[in-house]
Design a protein around this ligand. Structure first.
Ligand code: COA
Length: 229
């Protein structure tokens, strides 16, 4: 489902059925001992999927553990991203020589509720959604754009955090949807004050397939530095 939005050089995989139910290695199982069943299932799907990708790449990864903020500790020289939602789990990995960081997010294709939209989308982003719904026509009619913006921001977080160890708030980044090409631009409006990687702008793609929206950001290792100076 994600071929349209994941660039060359990134390996990705959707979790297979058996991956959700089959326990992972002891060191990984230890990370979810106290978790509820739903969490164990999604965690296992993500880990099995990541191991299948590293096997395919011929990279040794005995256990994929996590850092302080739940970020996976990818093997040296690799970056990656995991997302699960309503029975779908997708993992992407890439060599660091090609991509400095990547962010992937999948969400159920339903609009954000009225109760949370103001926490996720700024007034300007909400105006953008209204404008696009009125002007962009058939192409976007069935896509819940508020959920695309939410997902784009989660992808921003998954890209930004491993580089700067800083959690951005949902209103610390602005998403501009370039709807003609199913792309978006994310501008970090309130960055980490002393970032190791001073990123200002990230580029991503979005799609909707079946009942899911998905977003993907890949920070090209060759150009990330120059664009964000
Ligand atoms: C962490 C978070 C992104 C998870 O999103 P989610 O929709 O609940 O769940 P997803 O399945 O899509 O993603 C979960 C996976 O993200 C990854 N992840 C979690 N924290 C992460 C981090 N700090 N950095 C990178 N990846 C992270 C993990 O692999 C996790 O799966 P796992 O625990 O099984 O390994 C979300 O809960 C969160 O905390 N968001 C707040 C920060 C944010 O998004 N700010 C917006 C910035 S503009």
């Amino acid at each position: 489902m994600l071929t349209d939005i994941i660039p060359e050089g990134v390996l990705w995989k959707v979790a297979e059925d058996w991956m959700w139910n089959t326990p992972v290695c002891d060191a990984e199982e230890a990370l979810v001992t106290k978790a509820v069943d739903k969490r164990k299932r999604e965690f296992r799907a993500g880990r099995h999927c990541a191991h299948a990708l590293f096997d395919e790449a011929g990279i040794s990864c005995s256990a994929l553990l996590k850092g302080k903020q739940r970020e996976p500790n990818w093997p040296d020289g690799w970056v990656g991203s995991i997302s699960h939602s309503n029975g779908l789990c997708v993992v992407a990995i890439a060599p660091k020589a090609a991509y400095l960081s990547i962010g992937l997010d999948v969400e159920q294709a339903t609009p954000l509720g009225e109760d949370i939209i103001n926490l996720i989308c700024s007034p300007a982003e909400q105006d953008q959604i209204t404008r696009l719904q009125l002007t962009a026509g058939q192409k976007l009619a069935s896509i819940p754009l508020s959920k695309v913006i939410f997902s784009a921001k989660e992808s921003v977080h998954k890209t930004y955090f491993p580089l700067n160890y800083h959690t951005l708030d949902f209103l610390d980044a602005r998403i501009d949807l370039l709807h003609d090409h199913f792309r978006f631009e994310a501008t970090i409006t309130k960055p980490e004050p002393n970032p190791r990687h001073p990123l200002q702008r990230l580029h991503g793609r979005f799609c909707m397939k079946e009942s899911f929206v998905a977003t993907f950001i890949a920070l090209d290792a060759a150009t990330a530095g120059t664009e964000n100076q």
